[in-house]
Ligand binder design. Sequence first.
Ligand code: ZN
Length: 199
Amino acid sequence: MPHEPGRVAARYLSVIEEEIVPLTEAGVVAGNKLFGAAILKKDDLSLVVAASNRERENPLLHGEVAALNAFFAIPATARPAARECLFLATHEPCSLCLSAITWAGFDNFTYLFAYEDTRDAFSIPHDLAILREVFGVEGGAYRRDNAFWSGRALSELVAAAPEEERRALAERQGALAKVYARLSETYQAKKGGSGIALS
Ligand SMILES: [Zn+2]
């Protein structure tokens, strides 16, 4: 990675704060889950696409899949190669999205909230349940480094940042946790009758 961990973490937090959260605010009001994703260029950390979950249209339109669809909607001549891009997810990708990121050719992803947060703080237990029931993977222990990609928590980037940057980054993470707690309240209040199989 050509950038320092603290700089990348700060940029990821900005993309979530400024690009993904506004999309998600509208999404949860429409009854969608609070998951979002973005794709950035590795060389200058510029944003390529951002998206949020649109399960009310189609239960496969997770935030990550919506971002990948937006990415591949860019004409091939104008679209960076997946290998030249960073993949950012607000929540640790589920098994569907792990596979989608793999098939799309990305060699990395970073997430803000872990599976346990999704289950405990956001009351959406399906990621861990599908890994256990379908794949026999306990505790969400998929291979975070494999032949296709490396997956990391944003908090690992923050931990690797210089000490003088760490506190401000952690504060921004904490502020986002509050924003997502509010988004979660909206989603949970609206999910009854949403028609989503795994709500
Ligand atoms: Zn997913």
